[in-house]
Design a protein around this ligand. Structure first.
Ligand SMILES: [Fe+2]
Length: 238
């Protein structure tokens, strides 16, 4: 079917970025909220949700084992409700000096799919050691994915840096809500650029709460989201 006559529906089955474990980061506040959001995601056609609590040493010092335990509990509750959607454990690692050092040690990192690891940075400034961290992760056989590149002002104002990061193999995960300008006009503009230059490797919800869910529900009806059908998204490999 031609892309332009396809219905304006969700075409993704797997989401790889969300905050659906209660009270371990700034995501959902209760199991009820989590289950309700997952029910809506299931109705939208999602079959698998990789949930990715923040791991930020100074604020949310979550451990892979704890996240896995909580994901088991969430799946148990999903089964009890009979919802046809599965949750897998991941994490969103904040790139700071602690993480940079952690990558150099043998400590376990929480990965998903084909050795993917989701990372985020401060919004205003690129960590000076970002490229070194990417290299060290790749040396361990991992594939780093940058969460919502379009939201970082240091990338919005520096397209050359965006290109340099993709050249060294950093994979780009755009937030679905950015396509509608939910975060800012600048984020929407960079999201468009990344789509046009085919530098989007993953699309994800980054849902923390019901407000985010509503934005994602709207954004999947946008032209820009539908245009992403033409990308070779790696969501399908997860
Ligand atoms: Fe996130």
């Amino acid at each position: 079917m031609f892309d332009w006559i396809k219905p304006k529906t969700n075409f993704l089955e797997t989401d790889l970025h969300s905050h659906l474990i209660p009270n371990i980061d700034d995501g959902v506040k209760s199991w009820e909220e989590s289950l309700d959001i997952l029910e809506k995601l299931s109705e939208m056609g999602f079959k698998k949700i990789i949930t990715t609590p923040h791991i930020i040493h100074d604020y949310y010092p979550n451990q892979p084992s704890e996240i896995r335990q909580q994901v088991d509990e969430l799946n148990r509750r999903l089964l009890e409700k009979g919802l046809p959607i599965a949750v897998e454990a991941g994490a969103e690692y904040f790139v700071d000096e602690y993480f940079a050092n952690q990558v150099k040690t043998q400590q376990e990192l929480l990965t998903f799919g084909d050795d993917y690891i989701l990372i985020e940075t401060p919004f205003l400034n690129k960590p000076i050691f970002l490229e070194e961290v990417i290299f060290n992760l790749q040396s361990k056989g991992l594939k780093p994915i940058l969460a919502h590149p379009e939201r970082y002002s240091y990338l919005q104002t520096n397209i050359e840096l965006v290109q340099n990061l993709t050249t060294i193999g950093l994979l780009m995960q755009v937030n679905i809500s950015s396509l509608m300008g939910y975060y800012s006009k600048e984020a929407q503009k960079l999201a468009k650029y990344l789509i046009e230059t085919k530098n989007v490797h993953f699309l994800a919800s980054d849902i923390h709460n019901h407000k985010h869910l509503t934005q994602v529900q709207k954004a999947i009806k946008s032209k820009l989201f539908q245009r992403c059908r033409q990308l070779n998204l790696l969501n399908f490999s997860l």
